[in-house]
Design a protein around this ligand. Structure first.
Ligand SMILES: Cc1cc2nc3c(=O)[nH]c(=O)nc-3n(C[C@H](O)[C@H](O)[C@H](O)COP(=O)(O)OP(=O)(O)OC[C@H]3O[C@@H](n4cnc5c(N)ncnc54)[C@H](O)[C@@H]3O)c2cc1C
Length: 388
């Protein structure tokens, strides 16, 4: 985050106030802890409202439409993404603006050689004429607003404000992955997925060779302290129990049912070969959308087909998939783990009751458990100290 605002009184405040001002503006100028925000918001309004009003009357263009014209006037051949990063308008607002401008013949799209999925945008001759005609009005307004400053003061103001603008690129994402801190994007990871049409089946055959696997079998009752379970009415006692289900189920919820969040899962088949850009497998959303992410499965499976399947995940109370990270819920899960005797292991996302456990962590935990068992066991029912 940027450094703290300056302490009051703000430098430059006139000793005896500014009598011509209304009391609210005076307070916002000189008695305002958010002095910076007030100054840029106040000035932006006096600049934007008359100019964009004029643009609308003169050319019938909305503000997002005009900023596209202005952006392309200054910087030929930008992409929609470049404009969205710089102006901060939502992507769909800009897409609509771009669509309208293309329709009106003010801008045109040109395919990029390096990326056939995105387009460069540029002004047409008609768009350039609008930009050239409007620019002097924008410059005039700027000159009028800066008339209280001498040329060196204007230069100083420009340098200082540019410094503040540049700094926003170090703490605001602007469509670029955040690289540091708790919200850093994990954009160097490798995703692994079996390409075999039957998924992990062959892997399971190898992993379970020599073991008796009971498929489609439900455990009806548990007596964990005695490492005993009941299957189809039959009582079975084991030397070792490894559970990957929620620990409350093993103890009939004796300390209360552990809380989980579920997911509504929507599957959408689209009549095109691929939807996401190259090398993009997941799209994560963290704003106002109801869904958390979209997944294009073909990217993982390398399945060949003229259509593509997109999965959309929406948090809901449908199903028990995601343990809650709250201290009270973790403490509740720990009570169940504490009751587990030696040679009972509880692992995986549900068994450990840890949201952050993905499939690779499940495998790592299984390997940690194998080491514990070889060493005589008894360390903890949740293998791996980082997951408890
Ligand atoms: C929507 C969603 C998306 C995810 N996306 C990813 C991802 O992109 N990448 C990633 O790495 N991880 C992802 N995960 C997490 C991953 O699926 C889990 O971490 C992993 O499946 C846990 O494996 P597990 O073997 O511990 O447990 P599970 O796969 O949950 O297996 C537990 C098994 O126990 C069975 N069972 C339950 N009760 C009984 C009973 N009484 N008797 C017999 N059997 C029983 C269940 O039917 C189930 O088959 C996702 C999870 C969800 C829900």
């Amino acid at each position: 985050m940027p450094s703290k605002t300056a302490p009051l009184p703000v430098p430059g405040a006139p000793r005896d106030g500014a009598p011509a001002l209304d009391p609210v503006t005076r307070a916002r100028l000189w008695g305002n802890p958010c002095w910076f925000a007030f100054r840029f918001n106040y000035l932006a309004k006096y600049y934007n409202v008359p100019l964009y009003g004029w643009v609308r009357r003169r050319y019938g263009l909305t503000r997002p439409e005009y900023i596209v014209v202005h952006g392309l006037g200054l910087c030929e051949c930008a992409t929609a993404r470049d404009l969205s990063i710089s102006y901060g308008f939502p992507k769909n607002t800009l897409s609509r603006a771009i669509h309208n401008l293309v329709r009106r013949g003010l801008i045109e799209r040109a395919a990029r050689k390096d990326d056939r999925r995105s387009f460069h945008l540029r002004l047409t001759a008609q768009g350039r004429a609008v930009y050239d005609e409007a620019l002097p009005f924008f410059i005039q307004m700027q000159d009028d607003m800066l008339r209280a400053l001498s040329p060196p003061e204007r230069e100083q103001l420009s340098v200082l404000l540019a410094k503040v603008v540049l700094d926003t690129f170090t703490w605001s994402p602007k469509g670029v992955a955040i690289k540091e801190g708790p919200r850093a994007a994990w954009d160097t990871a490798l995703s692994a997925y079996p390409h075999a049409p039957d998924g992990y089946n062959q892997y399971f055959d190898i992993a379970t060779s020599g073991a008796t696997v009971l498929l489609s079998t439900k455990i009806e009752r548990y007596d964990i302290p005695h490492r005993t379970v009941w299957i189809k009415g039959e009582k079975l006692v084991f030397d070792l129990i490894v559970s990957t289900i929620s620990p409350d189920q093993l103890y009939d919820n004796c300390y209360g049912a552990l809380p989980y969040i579920g997911r509504d899962f929507h599957k959408i088949v689209l009549p095109v070969e691929h939807v996401f850009p190259e090398h993009v497998y997941f799209l994560y959303y963290a704003n106002d959308e109801r869904f958390t992410r979209l997944v294009e499965y073909k990217k993982f499976t390398l399945h060949k087909s003229p259509t593509t399947l997109i999965g959309m995940e929406i948090p809901s109370m449908n199903g028990k998939y995601y343990p809650l990270p709250m201290k009270s819920a973790l403490a509740q899960a720990a009570r169940y783990h504490d009751d587990m005797p030696r040679d009972v292991y509880s692992l995986g996302r549900h068994g450990s009751y840890r949201y952050a456990i993905d499939i690779d962590d499940c495998i790592e935990q299984a390997m940690a458990m194998a080491e514990q068992v070889k060493a005589g066991g008894g360390e903890h029912p949740v293998p791996g100290a980082k997951w408890r």
